[in-house]
Design a protein around this ligand. Structure first.
Ligand SMILES: Nc1nc2c(ncn2[C@@H]2O[C@H](COP(=O)(O)OP(=O)(O)OP(=O)(O)O)[C@@H](O)[C@H]2O)c(=O)[nH]1
Ligand SMILES: [Mg+2]
Length: 469
């Protein structure tokens, strides 16, 4: 007999409600055993309220909790098996008592569930493909509106559908190749290559795969956030800018140059998109040991930046220190750069022309980051960053966005193999060899939706889940 698994599915801690979830052939028997006064006939998907006891047949059994019992008959359940949910009060003590009553019931093969095992069963029982199962983890772990929306599209099966379509096309090409192997066509008329039609079809597939790969950087932003690094000479107002965007006094601000000595990272949400703001130690020559290390870290942060925000003290002319900073960043792409000319309230010495001389075409904002004007400045900066990221053009509901590293690997492998097949055919190699590459591409795509995946991949995927999901 198959195992019956159980776990507490709600997060630990105090909560209004807490749920013990059971899946497997003993689900119904467990309801009969644990629910005081369980009805003779249990109607699936019907909510029964009742007292929870360790063992119904014991007349002196202590009452553990009062709960809602929900029995779901397989295959119409999340896992595809019979399932039972016991929805009690969200107390660790009572939930543990309910769970141990399930586990110690003496019924056959009842055991604690592994992390992600409910969803793994759903996958194994054909309730969802692997990309959908992975989206379930992404939903649970989503930190921003954007990552949630992407995960929800994937859970609904959008990516899986696209992958199946691409594989179908590829399967047709494989069939064409097989025909050519069996009946080689020596006379190819006007076509420059006997396999032109196959090469063309493979290019279509390649395009589709590349289209998915093009979304990887947006996917990474959705998952990890945009790294925006704030740089500038000491005292320019970098920490003031960080605080203004965060809307709190997170970083120490003083009029002492060299106040920030280490990089400070803080996450925020920009119109639903995660952004990691990184305040840095002002860049300058320094003999101070701590400040020197801070400056090294600034250099490292710059290297890993998606967006660079250069803060200038606009109330003074560009000086040597500014020049030093500019040297640091002059090789960077100005498309990903924003210059904030700060301290406008103290006068305006730096002109846009001057900045553009150093950094052609760069976006410039003038600000004052003290007092009330800081709020306005932060709004303006957020808006421009949004434009820089082209956030308006991310349409989660119209296209797939690849967020999962395993999917990226498989798509890259598929693209490589298709390219290989194309160049083999172009070089006049035997179709058999190219067919093998195309076949590997087909397999790699299949792994995204969980076809032909081994235990090892499944273990890695599901070990990322929490207990009870
Ligand atoms: N008048 C005026 N003062 C500002 C403005 N922005 C920042 N300041 C002041 O300038 C000083 C330095 O600000 P910080 O934000 O600490 O500067 P920083 O670039 O982080 O400096 P370091 O950490 O030393 O590199 C503080 O006294 C701020 O209050 C502004 O727009 N106008
Ligand atoms: Mg600072």
């Amino acid at each position: 007999m198959a195992d019956t698994i159980a776990a507490i599915s709600t997060a630990p801690g105090e909560g209004g409600i807490g749920i013990v979830r059971v899946s497997g052939p003993e689900s119904e028997a467990l309801m009969r055993r644990l629910m005081l006064g369980c009805p003779e006939e249990i109607e699936p998907r019907h909510a029964y309220t009742g007292k929870v006891v360790r063992d119904n047949s014991d007349p002196k059994a202590e009452i553990i909790d009062e709960a809602v019992f929900l029995f779901m008959k397989g295959p119409a359940s999340y896992t595809g098996e019979d399932m039972l949910e016991i929805q009690g009060h969200g107390s660790n003590v009572s939930l543990k008592a309910i769970l141990s009553s399930v586990l110690d019931s003496g019924l056959a093969n009842v055991r604690m569930a592994d992390p992600g095992e409910f969803t793994k069963l759903a996958f194994l029982n054909g309730k969802m493909d692997l990309s959908q199962a992975e989206a379930v983890i992404d939903i649970i772990k989503a930190k921003t509106d954007l990552s949630l929306e992407i995960a929800e599209e994937q859970r609904a099966g959008r990516l899986g559908d696209t992958i199946r379509e691409i594989r179908e096309t590829l399967l047709d090409v494989l069939a064409e190749m097989a025909v050519d192997i069996d009946y080689p066509d020596e006379d190819y008329g006007d076509e420059e290559n006997a396999y032109s039609h196959i090469i063309n079809d493979l290019r279509w597939v390649d395009d589709d795969v590349e289209k998915l790969l093009d979304t990887v950087s947006i996917g990474r932003i959705a998952r990890e956030g945009v790294r925006a690094v704030i740089v500038g000479k000491p005292n320019a107002g970098k920490s003031s800018l960080m605080n203004a965007i965060l809307g709190e006094g997170r970083v120490i601000v003083t009029d002492v140059p060299g106040t920030t000595r280490d990089t400070v990272e803080e996450s925020a949400s920009l119109g639903g998109v995660p952004i990691v703001l990184i305040d840095t130690a002002g860049l300058r020559e320094s003999d101070d040991k701590v400040e020197k290390i801070g400056i090294e870290r600034t250099t490292k942060a710059i290297a890993g930046a998606d967006i660079l925000i250069l803060v200038l003290d606009g109330s003074q002319d560009l000086d040597e220190e500014d020049e030093k900073v500019l040297e640091f960043i002059e090789k960077m792409n100005t498309d990903n750069m924003l210059v904030v000319v700060n301290k406008q309230d103290l006068g305006r010495e730096i002109t846009e022309e001057e900045v553009h001389e150093k950094l052609p075409g760069v976006r410039i904002i003038s600000t004052s980051l003290v007092g009330k004007s800081a709020i306005e400045a932060a709004e303006k900066i957020s808006e421009v960053i949004g434009e820089m990221l082209d956030l308006g053009n991310i349409n989660v509901h119209e296209s797939n966005i690849i967020t999962n590293e395993r999917h990226v690997q498989m798509l890259r492998r598929a693209a490589r193999e298709i390219d290989e097949a194309i160049s083999l055919l172009k070089n006049g190699e035997p179709v058999e060899v190219a067919e093998l590459s195309a076949h590997y591409a087909y397999e790699a795509l299949g792994k995204i939706i969980g076809e032909e995946v081994g235990e090892e991949i499944l273990d890695t995927v599901f070990s990322k889940f929490c207990l009870g999901k």
